[in-house]
Design a protein around this ligand. Structure first.
Ligand code: NAP
Length: 333
């Protein structure tokens, strides 16, 4: 089968190769991938900025497709089912934090950027009827990360004032839609005006360009302060968020694209009862809950673009350049 592998060449790190089509092991199914989606993680891996990198691994954490064969102990009822994949592997018994051997489909185990994927049945969910192949492929990793940030840690509820930063991001898009569906008043930031306009058209109360001087004051004036901020950039901007919170506000961050803050305003944090909470993807129960939430609210992932699988390296370049609004998806023939 055709697959996109991480390779250790001097001039390139991504390579299409013909590899053996996987055979199902005990408890597994084989999925013929119909669509797959990129995450920032894939680009971090290409750049060598991800822990535990193993060359000659098929990349890709998000995918959806059709079950074409089943392994020992797996019901034949799976055959022909349209499914999507939970990319979590070995979260473990503790819902609060992942086990030491936790990892994610697409590094170090083979991923979804291939014609076929072997995966355990407990990671396979029926594709939601309201989603296209691209929509189903776009959902898993970003949806799960946003769901845990928004509800497990963020505790977003109806009527609250919520800020989603960097609305162009794949995860941010889901956090935005989940917060709207929960009945929150949602505000957004972006470095690009057209992304703010798109978010306002989708239901944001207002949008602020984080590259514009004084955006913080304008955001507080418009919102009256925030009960919850969902962020993936980190950096010194965290101090802006601390100043923008209502008492007992929750700041949840699931990435640190801008690195560490030089300092942190601990005085304001303790006095105003502010929580600063790190978050990752989520446990398997949260994945199932996220799927139900998306089904109940008929949420459609925002898709920036869909390319043929053969053009996936262009999608990596688009991710690197940060021009996307929503998910970058590829479809197989
Ligand atoms: N912990 C986990 O399990 C987990 C899971 C998924 C992702 N992540 C991490 O979360 C981050 C985002 O992932 P993603 O997949 O959503 O990536 P993505 O689709 O590439 O989105 C990144 C977004 O970051 C925003 N951004 C850049 N500078 C910013 C700033 N100063 N303030 C606010 N936003 C800024 C940009 O938004 P605009 O274009 O709107 O300016 C950009 O679209 C990455 O660091 C990723 O590694 C972690």
């Amino acid at each position: 089968m055709k697959a996109l592998l991480l390779v250790d060449h001097a001039d390139h790190k991504l390579d299409f190769q013909e590899v053996d089509t996987p055979k199902p092991e005990k408890g597994q199914v084989i999925i013929q991938i119909k669509a797959a989606a990129l995450n920032r993680r894939d680009e971090w891996i290409r750049q060598g900025k991800y822990p535990g990198i193993r060359f000659n691994t098929i990349l890709g954490s998000d995918g959806a497709g059709i079950v074409t064969s089943v392994g020992e102990g797996v019901s034949e009822d799976w055959m022909g089912k349209e499914v999507l994949v939970n990319p979590n592997m070995n979260w473990g018994e503790n819902p609060a934090a992942q086990a030491a051997d936790y990892h994610i489909v697409g590094m170090p185990t083979h991923g979804t950027f291939a014609e076929y994927l072997a995966v355990n049945t407990n990671q396979v969910f029926e594709k939601l009827a309201h989603l296209s192949w691209s929509g189903a492929a776009a959902l898993p990793l970003g949806g799960l990360t946003a769901f845990r940030a928004a509800f497990h840690h963020g505790k977003i509820s109806q009527g609250e004032s919520v800020l989603i930063s960097g609305i162009g991001g794949g995860v941010a898009q889901f956090a935005f839609q989940f917060a709207l569906a929960a009945g929150a008043k949602v505000y957004v930031t972006s470095g690009q005006q057209e992304k703010l306009d798109q978010a306002i058209a989708m239901g944001a109360q207002a949008g602020f360009n984080y590259k514009t001087e004084g955006w913080q004051k304008a955001a507080v004036k418009a919102s009256g302060g925030f009960d919850c901020v969902i962020d993936s950039a980190g950096g010194d901007q965290l101090n802006d968020f601390i100043r923008m919170m209502r008492p007992a506000g929750r700041i949840v961050f699931y990435g640190a694209t801008n690195g560490m803050p030089a300092k942190l305003d601990l005085f304001r944090m303790f006095w105003n009862q502010i929580t600063l909470q790190g978050s990752t993807m989520g446990n398997d129960t949260e994945f199932a809950d996220m799927i139900s939430f998306v089904e109940e609210h008929k949420i459609e992932p925002v898709i920036d673009s869909v390319r043929p699988f053969e053009e996936i390296i262009d999608a990596f370049d688009a991710m690197r350049d940060g021009k996307q609004f929503g998910k970058l998806v590829v479809e197989m023939n």
